[in-house]
Structures are given as C-alpha cells and as structure tokens.
Design a binder for this molecule. Structure first.
Ligand SMILES: Cc1cc2nc3c(=O)[nH]c(=O)nc-3n(C[C@H](O)[C@H](O)[C@H](O)COP(=O)(O)OP(=O)(O)OC[C@H]3O[C@@H](n4cnc5c(N)ncnc54)[C@H](O)[C@@H]3O)c2cc1C
Length: 406
C-alpha cells in the first residue's frame, strides 16, 4: 500500500511556496515563450536558442528548478516532492516549460548522485542542473543490445588512465553531445563483473561519430568509434568491475523517463484530441458523433487506456519516490506506454486515410506530415531503452518471481 509521499510539507508552507513560485514565474518566464519547447533537447537535434530562451534557461538553472528535487549543494532546487509538484502545477498554469533536460537529467545525473564520488558530483551535477552540458549514452554495441553484458569495447589499464578501443551504436545525440557515459570492459575473463562505468569527453582524440539515418528521415542516432582514446581514471564512476550494477540502475532511471515520467505521455495528452481529428477527417453522424462506430469505439478505448496509464504513472512515480527510486515496475510502465503511443500513431494514420500517408509537399497538413514521421519513429519506442520482450523478461523474473526455465 502506498504511503502518501506528497504530504511531506505542511500545507501552509506549500501555500507560501505556491505564491513564491507563482511570483517568480511571473517575473522570469517570458509569456512569449508559451507553448515553445526545450530547444536543446529536441529529438531531431538541438535548435539555436534565442536570447529569451537562453535567459529562461539561465534563470531556471540559477534557481535549480530544472531539477527541482536534486540537492541544492550541487545546483539542484532542493525542493521536497510536494513543492516540486506545486512548482509543476504553477508552471503548467503559466504555460511555462522546463528548459533543462536531456540524458544528464533523465538518467546520468540521478545515477551519479547515487554512485559518484564527491568530486564527480561537484564537477558534473551543477552543469547538468544549469543545462550547460549535453550527455550521450554509450551502452549498446553492434553485438550487445539486449544482451548488453556481452559488450566488447575495451578499456586497458595504463596506470592513471585507460586506453579505450571499440564501437558503440545507437548513440542518441552523439553528434551533439559534449560528454558520454559509457560501459566498457576492463576484464575479458568475466562477463558482468568485468564491466566498468566510464565518462568520456566527446572531443577526446580518437572519438569518431557517424550519424545513422532512420526511416523517419532524421539522423539523431550514431555509430560511435573509439580508437586509442585516453580516459583518465578519475572519470571512472564506482570501482573497476562495478559498472554492471551502476549501469543497471541507470537503466531503471531511463525506463522511468521513457515510460512517460510525464513527457511522452504528456505530449500525447497535450495534442489535438483524436476524436476532434476523426470528426474532421471521417465526418459525423446525425448525432454529431464520429461517423464510423467501430473507430469511435476504438478511440474511446484508447483514450480510457491513456488516462488510466497517466494516473497509474503518477501513482507509480510517487511510490517510487517514497521508496528507493524507480523499481522493476518501470518495465511494466515502459511496455504499456510504448503500446499506447504506437496505438495512437496507428489510429492517427488510419483516421487520416490517404491524407495520413504524406512524406512532404503540398496537399498535406503540417500536423499530418508530423504524425507520419512520429508513426515511423514510434516503431523504435518498443526497442530503445530495452525492447518489449526484454521488459517482459524483467517483469517475469523480478516482479512475478518466475525462474528462467519456467
Ligand atoms: C531509436 C533508438 C535509440 C537508441 N538510443 C540508444 C542510446 O542512446 N544509447 C545506447 O547505448 N543504446 C541506444 N539504443 C539501443 C537500444 O537500447 C537497443 O536497440 C535495444 O536494447 C535492443 O538491442 P538490439 O537493437 O541489439 O536488439 P537485439 O538485442 O539484437 O534484439 C533483437 C530482438 O530479439 C529480442 N530478444 C533478444 N534477446 C531476447 C531474450 N533474451 N528474450 C526475448 N527476446 C529477446 C529483442 O526483444 C528484439 O526484438 C537505441 C535504439 C534505438 C532503436
């Protein structure tokens, strides 16, 4: 049974905080930025920040409110969960968005806070909290995706540094990243215990990044090659051989974010309601309902699923925060979230009919073209961050307690 983690600050203190947040947002969030998005973490690649966007990011970074619950001593907001919720409510009310994001916030920061040395936290966390450094994830290799522990990228011990050789693939945003958190092999004789967690500057000589083109037309993912790359030992997180434990923890944070953590599911909610699009493209019956009864039923079911998912997500996230952070249950949320997101894309394509198959050019609405690309990109949702089948394995083993041979 969940406790009530949100009740961790007296109500009047929350009222005071709400007033404070509201005043601060009124003074710092430029209304002209309403409805815009985080320029630095777009999937298609970061776009240039204009002066107002930069000022907004710097203000949020200074305040630490981009990562509201992270400790103040490392540049976070130091807020309680209840205050962070109030802040989010006030931001929504003001039409404000969080300009601080990316993999540093989603997964690397929380992992470093847990496993990093004091020096590493002081070096990296404030820069993430201010949105100044972009991180990428060097986990997958051509022969090590689902079976990640079979990775071969090797870091050879050279006293005070390692020399890294090998290849990573699917490095999201590798071409724009400043730094990479990666798993490397430091001992070839052991599988899981031979893995170490390293941090590498992307401009180190010997790091080469080649973007991969996707069916959605964009190339936000890369093959990353490491040839005799020198990485100081001070860039190792945790002990040598402890990388598998740290790396798995990071994956829980990743799944937690990917299953929504608000963002992806939130975007589904924020768009034009499916029913409205269906009425426009499919037409309405004499009672003003979507003309196609079967489609109407499926849209209603989908909307119920989405709402249930959002509510469950919120409950799971509150429960996780009251315990030890994300748990294996994030695998359930990731799978359900992926299914709902893909189902929504399929419905949108079906609703638009011929108008939902455009790639570019006249005769297609901008939203329709965007939805086609989302539909194609959405195929990856059930693969990245661990495929659906792998999440099912995690659920079977860690949640249902089934043994491997069952
Ligand atoms: C768009 C995108 C972005 C990504 N971004 C990053 C990134 O930034 N950094 C990074 O390191 N990686 C990234 N990845 C890699 C991603 O994590 C892997 O693609 C994923 O873990 C699956 O690995 P794989 O592609 O090697 O597939 P494989 O492991 O080869 O799996 C192929 C199929 O076999 C199934 N399968 C494999 N093993 C089992 C099993 N034991 N039981 C049941 N079924 C199984 C899988 O579910 C899948 O359907 C990204 C991938 C994509 C598509």
């Amino acid at each position: 049974m969940a406790t009530a983690p949100e009740i961790d600050a007296p109500l009047n203190a929350l009222d005071d905080f709400r007033t404070q947040a509201r005043d601060w947002l009124a003074a710092n969030f430029p209304p002209s930025l309403k409805g815009r998005d985080n320029a630095m973490s777009a999937v298609e690649g970061p776009t240039e920040e204009d002066a107002e966007q930069r000022a907004w990011r710097e203000a949020m970074g200074e305040k630490g409110w981009g990562v509201p619950t992270w400790p103040k001593e490392y540049g976070g907001g130091g807020l309680s969960r209840a205050e962070a919720r109030v802040l989010q409510e006030e931001m929504t009310r003001a039409g404000a968005w969080n300009p601080i994001g990316g993999m540093g916030v989603m997964m690397f920061g929380p992992t470093l806070l847990e496993y990093g040395s004091e020096e590493q936290k002081r070096e990296h966390i404030p820069a993430i909290a201010r949105g100044e450094v972009r991180w990428c994830q060097g986990y997958s290799e051509p022969g090590a995706g689902s079976d990640l522990a079979s990775l071969q990228c090797f870091a050879e011990d050279h006293g005070d540094h390692y020399i890294v050789n090998g290849q990573k693939t699917w490095t999201s945003g590798g071409q724009w990243a400043d730094k990479c958190f990666m798993l490397v092999r430091t001992d070839k004789s052991k599988k899981h215990e031979g893995i170490t967690f390293l941090l590498c500057d992307m401009d180190t000589p010997g790091v080469e990044v080649k973007p991969i083109q996707l069916i959605s037309g964009s190339s936000p993912f890369c093959e990353t090659f490491f040839t005799d790359v020198k990485v100081p030992k001070s860039n190792r997180v945790g002990r040598e051989g402890e990388g598998w434990t740290i790396g798995k923890r990071l994956l829980q944070h990743e799944r937690n974010s990917l299953s929504g953590g608000g963002s992806a599911a939130g975007r589904m909610f924020a768009g034009t309601p499916l029913a409205q699009i269906a009425k426009k493209y499919v037409g309405v019956d004499s009672e003003g309902r979507i003309a196609d009864a079967d489609l109407r039923t499926r849209i209603a079911r989908h909307e119920m699923d989405l709402r249930s998912f959002m509510l469950t997500l919120r409950r799971a996230s509150l429960e996780a925060k009251s315990n030890q952070g994300p748990s294996a249950a994030t695998s359930i949320m990731k799978n359900v979230g992926a299914r709902i997101m893909q189902e929504r894309s399929e419905l949108l394509i079906e609703i638009r009919g011929m108008a939902g198959l455009g790639w570019e050019g006249e005769g297609f609405e901008e939203d329709a073209l965007k939805d086609v690309r989302h539909w194609l990109f959405g195929k990856a949702v059930s693969i990245y961050g661990g495929s659906t089948e792998i999440q099912n394995n995690v659920i079977a083993k860690r949640i249902l307690g089934m043994l491997d041979h069952q």
